[in-house]
Write a protein that binds this ligand. Structure first.
Ligand code: ZN
Length: 134
């Protein structure tokens, strides 16, 4: 599968299942989507998080924490409004993982929003709507 097919696969999933509310957030689900999005959007350069936690997070849907040597820790909420929101939040956290791994800094500034055109065009996915309170 090439990158373009991977993007088509993601878009198709969002079109057909984006509104699905009934799904369980599991480590397997996060692993699957991390890898597919990593390939489709980040040229597979992102290291998988050292630690992935699924729990009820107050006031936000996901979080990304800097760890040693460019690695990150990832937290995902147990509940999402729908599948599209889950993917949207995961991409958001993946941009933070990219920032930390490649640029050494996590922000919601320019290096965050420079991803918006790519994500909107290539995945037809909203970007930057759920900015965490930090
Ligand atoms: Zn953020």
């Amino acid at each position: 599968m090439d990158k373009f097919k991977a993007r088509e696969k993601i878009k198709k999933h969002i079109r057909s299942q984006g509104k699905t509310e009934d799904f369980e957030v599991t480590h397997t689900l996060i692993y699957y989507w991390w890898n597919l999005l990593n390939y489709a959007i980040f040229d597979s350069i992102l290291e998988y998080p050292k630690k992935v936690t699924i729990r009820n997070i107050k006031d936000q849907k996901g979080a990304c924490f800097p760890l040693k040597e460019g690695f990150v820790g990832l937290q995902m909420d147990k509940e999402f409004d729908n599948k599209e929101q889950f993917i949207e939040v995961l991409v958001h956290e993946m941009v933070h993982a990219y920032q930390w791994q490649v640029e050494g800094k996590m922000t919601h500034g320019k290096t965050f929003f420079k991803w918006k055109p790519k994500i909107s065009q290539q995945l037809k996915l909203p970007f930057g709507r759920f900015v965490e309170v930090q």
